[in-house]
Design a protein around this ligand. Structure first.
Ligand SMILES: [Zn+2]
Length: 298
């Protein structure tokens, strides 16, 4: 059995690689979906680009002096969250958090935005060629949250999708591998509006009110979206987010929407298809739709 897995890794077991900018992004974007696929036997690898050193302490219950050793604390939070979600492996690229736009952290020589783009891309290509995933998760263009590290991940993953399959590029990074689909977690208008209206119908104050000024329902129609049903993994996603104790206030924004309401009205995580080599069925609810040699993994 073991030998067979070694001979046919991509047939016997699909792989998903998720690339995120900071510790906590893996828990706020697509955590339920990763848990969903882990349960179905998909190998899941998390790549975190930076240490999140420029983050603030956002939980009033946390001692502010933690800020002095934030990178170590956030690494421990990340490992705990990754364990809760079920990632098989965590790869830390070790760049420094570039900070919010126009902050002094932008200029730090170790910041991701100041790294040599080709060097970062070569490292990502090596991971893709080693893991041979069918599905890559990156970022969209983040029109509402233009964090420099997030925009960097958006570009890097589009480049990695192309470069990993190209034998002319980075030959030292292993034999080429053509990923089937590249997706980005998407904060869709339909999700925000549905949750917002359901909370108001129940007479509760919605935390999405200010988001409604920004979301444009027409944007959903312009995107190629897949919605993954994570009904069975809502608690897991919340527990993972809560593991980032310095970054989330358990009384705050993300925890105000009751899970039974989410389960009832919108138990999905949405993903935008950014690139593909084998057109998926967007209505399938499956990120692995139409992956050659792959069984249905809904
Ligand atoms: Zn982030």
């Amino acid at each position: 059995m073991t030998a067979a897995r070694h001979r046919y890794p991509d047939v016997m077991r699909n792989t998903l690689v998720a690339v995120h900018a900071h510790p906590d992004d893996e828990s706020s974007k697509g955590a339920g979906t990763v848990a969903h696929y882990v349960e179905r036997g998909v190998r899941s690898v998390l790549v975190t680009a930076t240490g999140g050193e420029a983050g603030d302490i956002l939980n009033p219950a946390v001692d502010p002096s933690v800020k002095e050793r934030l990178a170590d604390v956030r690494r421990a939070e990340l490992m705990e969250a990754a364990r809760i979600i079920g990632f098989d492996e965590v790869v830390l690229l070790g760049y420094r958090d570039s900070g919010m736009p126009d902050s002094p952290d932008n200029a730090h020589p170790d910041a991701l935005v100041n790294a040599d783009c080709d060097e970062v891309l070569a490292r990502l290509v090596a991971i893709v060629r080693r893991e041979r995933p069918a599905v890559l998760l990156g970022y969209d263009e983040h029109e509402f949250y233009p964090h420099p590290d997030h925009l960097c991940v958006n570009q890097l993953m589009k480049d990695a999708f192309e470069a990993a399959a190209d034998p002319e590029r980075f030959p030292e990074a292993g034999p080429p591998w053509a990923v089937t689909h590249l997706y980005a977690p998407s904060f869709t208008a339909r999700r925000i509006v549905t949750l917002h209206e359901a909370m108001r119908e129940r007479g509760m104050e919605s935390p999405f009110g200010r988001w409604l000024e920004f979301v444009d329902p027409d944007n959903d129609a312009r995107k190629r979206l897949v919605s993954v049903d994570i009904s069975d993994h809502l608690e897991t996603a919340r527990a993972a987010l809560r593991a980032h104790r310095t970054q989330v206030d358990p009384e705050g924004f993300w925890f105000q929407v009751p899970l039974d309401l989410v389960r009832e009205v919108y138990p999905y995580e949405d993903f935008e298809l950014l690139a593909t080599r084998s057109e998926p069925d967007l209505s399938s609810g499956d990120l692995f739709s139409n992956v050659p040699g792959s069984a249905d993994r809904r």
